[in-house]
Design a protein around this ligand. Structure first.
Ligand code: F0G
Length: 487
């Protein structure tokens, strides 16, 4: 069964920011859908999508577009004040940092279908220590790890799970490096659907896996990598009645757009110069880029920030695609990195990502395992922390500064995609000094010693604790912490 895109326009949702003339063209009574699918390859428009969310004509990915939407049909000033007003509302949809921006999202047939966990509403933090390290005085982190299941996936999942429920799906499914599965399982549970998770055996963190189990997913650990899981899922959705919730599903990217919308609202609609985001399967960068382009078109922002994507050296398909093939064909790789969330060698949304990087004037860069570990410890020392995949942003920023692509007097936002608690093994191994021994990175990793804070095992006596405290105090004077502050 094709998945229907037909949906009535709800006037309360869609029209406040639109001039009256446009309302006539897009009224709910006319039973027009408020979105259609468009193929990113051949531009074919369709009101329904096949189960695998690929173009029936050329097999490329689909994106969502609004046939009633053009730049003059939404009033930027009205939208800004409407969205601000909703921050004082206790209505369920207004409490979601995704559905608060529903004018720029596909609208389901009924609000009752919406599956929400109050996602979004994530903080924008200043990063004083990282500012000192990098010399970038206006440096911020948009922390998507503060979402209900601890990662940016929730923003997209609320929208895609809503449309899965509207399509009366009994089963939803995804392949995942961990965060998608945690998020999908949670939203499926809230929406009364069953979830099937395909994850690479031994290659995802226990904390992500445990989330999926607790939220009731049927969890299959496959003896392959993420790319193998995704390949299998794509075949599965053609054979079995399961609704696929990977970021190939364009509803996911619509929800993830709100990260950028909320970010710009937090900047009072004055765009930063750079937004830096980790790249794995490349759905998130594609979604942020789509949002930026739409906001420019509507007039919500006067200019585009440059969107740059950072990958791990061992999972650098997009870097190589841009360097070796000028973004024209995918150069896939056999992925290997301890930042397991982005251990992806064959990214599905590479074409979408190439388009938005080029449209915004951004770049793609890669960072080493040691650079990732260092940046993660530095973000931890800020008192906020993140998972390894998110830390590529700070490591990448340092490279982009060296290349003078980013200037120290510019405003920079790092998108932190996952919570520190998502990968405790990495953190423990780092602080205990167990992350790099017997690896090719061992020597380079010695420079990280001042950032390590291993636990100390002591006899349970007051003397032992006081002595340890005094030692820490006296070594403080000698030790110069690379973060530039007292330890
Ligand atoms: N950061 C984290 C914490 C992630 O979990 C992911 C992707 C990314 C960055 C990369 O985002 O794929 O949109 O480019 N995680 C997926 C998953 C693949 O299955 O959880 P992307």
């Amino acid at each position: 069964m094709p998945l229907s895109a037909t949906s009535n326009r709800n006037p309360d949702h869609r029209n406040p920011g639109r001039p009256d003339s446009d309302k006539e063209n897009c009224q709910p009574g006319q039973a027009k859908p408020n979105f259609v699918f468009r193929c990113i390859g051949c531009n074919l428009l369709s009101s329904t999508a096949p189960q695998d969310f690929r173009c029936s004509q050329c097999n490329n990915l689909l994106e969502i577009t609004d046939p009633c939407w053009n730049s003059s049909s939404l009033n930027a000033t009205a939208l800004k004040s409407l969205w601000r007003e909703r921050r004082c509302s206790n209505a369920v949809l207004d409490l979601s940092g995704v559905w608060r921006f529903r004018e720029l999202l596909p609208t389901p047939e009924s609000e009752q279908q919406i599956v929400t966990l109050r996602e979004g509403n994530t903080p924008l933090y200043e990063l004083p220590l990282s500012s000192r390290i990098t010399g970038v005085s206006r440096l911020y982190a948009k922390h998507q790890g503060m979402n209900p299941t601890g990662s940016f996936k929730d923003a997209g999942m609320t929208v895609a799970a809503t449309f899965a429920r509207q399509a009366r799906s009994r089963w939803v499914a995804c392949a995942s490096t961990g965060n998608t599965s945690a998020s999908m399982a949670a939203y499926a549970a809230r929406g009364g659907m069953r979830s099937l998770v395909l994850v690479p055996e031994g290659k995802i963190s226990w904390s992500k896996l445990s989330q999926a189990l607790d939220y009731g997913a049927l969890t299959c650990q496959l003896r392959t990598d993420f790319d193998g899981c995704l390949r299998l899922l794509q075949e599965l959705v053609r054979r079995a009645p399961v609704y696929q919730l990977n970021s190939i599903n364009p509803f996911r990217l619509e929800g993830q757009k709100t990260l950028a919308i909320e970010l710009l609202e937090q900047f009072d609609w004055q765009p930063p110069d750079h937004i830096i985001v980790p790249g794995g399967n490349l759905g998130n960068s594609s979604a942020i880029g789509k949002a930026l382009l739409e906001m420019l078109e509507i007039g919500l922002i006067p200019r585009l920030p440059k969107l740059s994507v950072i990958q791990a050296e061992g999972a650098n398909a997009l870097v190589r695609t841009l360097r070796e093939a000028e973004g024209k064909r995918l150069v896939n790789v056999q992925a290997e990195t301890r930042a397991t969330a982005i251990r992806i060698g064959n990214p599905a949304s590479w074409e979408k990502a190439v388009k938005v990087i080029q449209a915004t004037g951004g770049v793609c860069e890669q960072v080493s395992e040691v650079e990732i570990a260092q940046a993660k410890a530095e973000i931890g020392a800020e008192g906020i922390g993140c998972e390894p995949a998110s830390a590529v942003t700070l490591a990448g920023l340092k490279k982009l500064l060296q290349q003078r692509f980013v200037k120290r007097d510019e405003t920079v936002v790092l998108v932190l995609t996952g919570n520190l608690l998502k990968d405790p093994d990495f953190t423990m191994e780092f602080h205990r000094g167990d992350l790099f021994p017997n690896t090719p990175h061992e020597r380079e990793a010695n420079s990280l010693d001042p950032l390590r804070h291993p636990p100390i095992i002591l006899d349970a006596t007051l003397d032992a604790v006081i002595q340890t405290l005094e030692q820490a105090e006296s070594s403080q004077a000698e030790k110069s912490d690379p973060t530039g502050r007292d330890v």
